[in-house]
Design a protein around this ligand. Structure first.
Ligand code: SF4
Length: 123
């Protein structure tokens, strides 16, 4: 079965590095998906504040996620509904996971326009 990815997930071995948070607080996207291993995850966790420095993607777990309601990802809906856009001209980031991304599948380009401003929540 085809893997659909959550683009704002905690880091875990086998996950994909989506982007790196830049000094201005925006995510700089990695155009070629980079699968991370145990060593990488251990290193970034040791440096701390992982969620404020990186964005990772892992398989969407749908109903096993707190953000899933009525067959939809609420984070994707919120991103798409936001009036804030990362680029004034509305252009989309060069994102390496678009073909598999849950948010893009659900909300299309509206999610992508805001995506660079999303910092992963940590419980
Ligand atoms: S919402 Fe768009 S920019 Fe963000 S991770 Fe998904 S495909 Fe990439």
């Amino acid at each position: 079965m085809e893997e659909v990815l959550c683009p704002s997930a905690p880091p875990e071995p086998g996950g994909i590095l989506v982007g790196i948070v830049q000094e201005d607080g925006r995510v700089g996207f990695v155009s070629t998906p980079l699968r991370v291993d145990e060593d990488f995850v251990r290193e970034v966790e040791a440096e701390g504040e992982v969620a404020r420095r990186y964005r990772f993607a892992t398989p969407c777990v749908e109903g096993r996620c707190n953000h899933w309601r009525g067959g939809r990802c609420r984070v994707s809906d919120a991103a798409a509904a936001s009036a804030e856009v990362a680029e004034p001209d509305g252009s989309l980031p060069h994102c390496g996971i678009r073909s598999s991304c849950r948010w893009f599948r659900q909300s299309g380009e509206d999610a992508c326009r805001t995506c660079a401003l999303v910092i992963t929540e940590v419980d």
